[in-house]
Design a protein around this ligand. Structure first.
Ligand SMILES: Nc1ncnc2c1ncn2[C@@H]1O[C@H](COP(=O)(O)OP(=O)(O)OP(=O)(O)O)[C@@H](O)[C@H]1O
Length: 244
């Protein structure tokens, strides 16, 4: 799998706030890419522009050779990019299995509702639940899961779309250490199978142990990129984090 994702000169402002400024990033296909940066440095805004959730003011996003700068999140998903959210997006009163069945990519509402009874979709959902380690919770209402388990459910929902590139917004945020280990192991396994990851994350230990390529944002711009050791030694990165 070698779906490429390239972002050129992306900018997005909210009123007078320049959240992302002329950001150009080429993510490495088949690798675990991380985006780090201080709070408010534009990581989530960048992420939302790339995945079609918000419209950039300028710049281009190219996915698998297609210009998707103004494409809908659905089209971007159909081209092979799946994403999670900083704050988990699940249906709290549905069961774990039902959440996965509504996550199936469907061109129509009837299709989406139909997948609830589709044996192939149900079988796929069970495979992913087993894979992320919450198959024993299939019939539990999603709201009764721990926050970490909800993150695993959301990841299983992303995987239902069989994406080649997976973008995760703070996968370890608010998750207990045991489940961080599980999420980290899963990312490794899925990456070893050929899926590319782009992970926005504050947990430095996780970023440095998991990533092949790290992009550092500061005040809306990528200021450094490279392998974890290279980035950690970059004085611009220390300055961005410590303000020295
Ligand atoms: N919808 C919005 N309306 C107005 N300002 C926004 C909006 N979204 C983000 N911002 C501002 O844009 C800047 C970048 O925010 P963003 O959430 O992208 O940063 P971040 O690096 O993801 O931060 P964090 O690490 O805290 O999640 C911040 O100053 C933020 O307040």
């Amino acid at each position: 799998m070698t779906v490429t994702l390239e972002v050129a000169n992306l900018s997005k402002s909210f009123g007078g706030v320049h959240a992302v400024v002329d950001a150009s990033v080429s993510f490495q296909p088949g690798k675990v890419n991380a985006i780090i940066g201080p709070n408010g440095s534009g990581k989530t805004t960048f992420f939302n522009c790339v995945t079609g959730m918000i419209r950039a003011d300028a710049g281009t996003v190219t996915l698998a050779g297609h210009d998707v700068t103004r494409a809908s999140p659905d089209r971007i998903a159909r081209l092979g990019l799946g994403r999670s959210f900083q704050v988990c997006r699940i249906f709290p009163r549905m069961t774990v299995l039902e959440n996965l069945l509504v996550a199936v990519k469907n061109p129509s509402l009837t299709g989406a509702l139909g997948s609830a009874k589709n044996p192939t979709a149900i079988a796929a959902a069970r495979v992913w639940l087993r894979r992320v380690g919450i198959d024993h919770l299939e019939h539990a209402e999603a709201r009764n899961l721990s926050y970490g388990q909800q993150k695993l459910l959301e990841l299983a929902g992303v995987l239902m779309g069989d994406p080649e590139i997976i973008m995760l917004d703070e996968p370890a945020g608010g998750v207990n250490p045991a489940l961080i280990g599980r999420i980290s192991a899963l990312i490794r396994e899925l990456n070893a199978e050929g899926r590319t990851f782009v992970v926005v994350e504050h947990n430095m230990e996780l970023v440095m142990s998991l990533s092949d390529h790290v992009v550092v944002f500061d005040r809306g711009r990528p200021i450094a990129e490279g392998d974890p050791a290279h980035v950690q030694a970059d004085p611009r990165v220390l300055e961005a984090y410590l303000g020295v």
